[in-house]
Design a protein around this ligand. Sequence first.
Ligand code: HEC
Ligand code: HEC
Length: 325
Amino acid sequence: MKYFIFLIPILYWGCSGSSHTGEKAEDVEPSMENVALKQGNRISSQAQQALGSQLMKMINSEGPVAAVEFCNLAAYPILDSLDIDLDVKIKRASIKTRNPGNKADAVEEKIIRSYQQLLAKEKSLTPVVEALGKEELLYAAPIQTKNKMCLNCHGAVSNEISEATLAKIQDLYPGDNAKGHKVGDLRGIWSITFKKEELLKLQMDDNAALDVNDGLSLVKQNCYSCHSPNSASHDHIIAPPLEAVKRRYLRAADDDKRAFVSKMSRFLMDPSEQSALMKGPVRRFGVMPKFNWSEETIAKMVEYMYDHELEQPDWFEQHHREGHH
Ligand code: HEC
Ligand code: HEC
């Protein structure tokens, strides 16, 4: 008996410590880890949402029996609906599976076991990133039976899973091993494998998109209250549409970006009647008030205005063609 107790920890560490190749795990560079976490979180939460809302919809409209076929990841074009065009492998892995195709491999199993240990100590579970050799990263995030809805199909046979649902599950998954869960149990993990070079591409696309959105949301937030693109007519406005302002500054800058940015930034730092180019609007509305935007914020907004087409009111082109510049 003594002998036994002594052996258990050794066996245990023996299992959880080795990776599938038996090599020592590579370290993940912190920057890559961050990128993988960010992209993994995004993809897994989108996938989770797609799956969860479909399940809920099916259960509400057709009942759990019919919904049984909809907890299958392959049942949805989930990856199609995520706006990524890269080669990522996405999977839900578990040790006790319903579909044997979701069986965790050695690396996934190691992660699941460490989550189980944390859960036993009532710690919260957070996503992790592991290196798979030199080229790939594995992102993993816990999947818990967070709500009662899951127990319709993963709960207790006696009272939570109905007979009809059980029959359907047994029929489709004869070797089912995914019942008897309580709310809060670990059911498995999201497992997403990224190629490192693809991950960097994804991050760069994101950065580009972010800058544009940043500029646009800054403009919306700071300028639309007066320079609204949704004004009903020229008589309703309290400031010229931004598109009119842009055209005036493009003219003054001979379309040159640097000149455009510097002229408009200078005005925004300190608007005054003398420096205003648009004498008509100054007469009609008074000079634009001074705000305390940082130089950086101004640069982002002004560059956005130069680089992108701006929303304009419906009446604007007509008005512009009639020569009211
Ligand atoms: C309507 C029945 C039903 C409901 C409700 C349901 N599942 Fe499932 N679940 C299944 C079926 C069926 C499978 C097997 C899918 C497959 O073929 O990949 C499955 C598989 C899974 C898997 C993949 C691992 C495995 O065992 O094959 C996870 C993880 C999972 N479910 C988690 C959840 C969670 C979390 C909830 C609640 C948010 C939930 N399920 C709700 C029926 C259901
Ligand atoms: C509180 C109202 C208000 C807000 C907010 C506002 N503006 Fe203006 N803006 C005006 C008015 C009124 C004019 C027309 C009078 C003038 O030219 O100064 C004007 C004119 C301008 C001009 C033309 C200046 C010139 O040379 O005559 C620029 C450029 C401009 N706005 C940019 C912006 C940008 C960019 C934002 C957001 C970051 C913004 N404005 C926010 C009221 C506003």
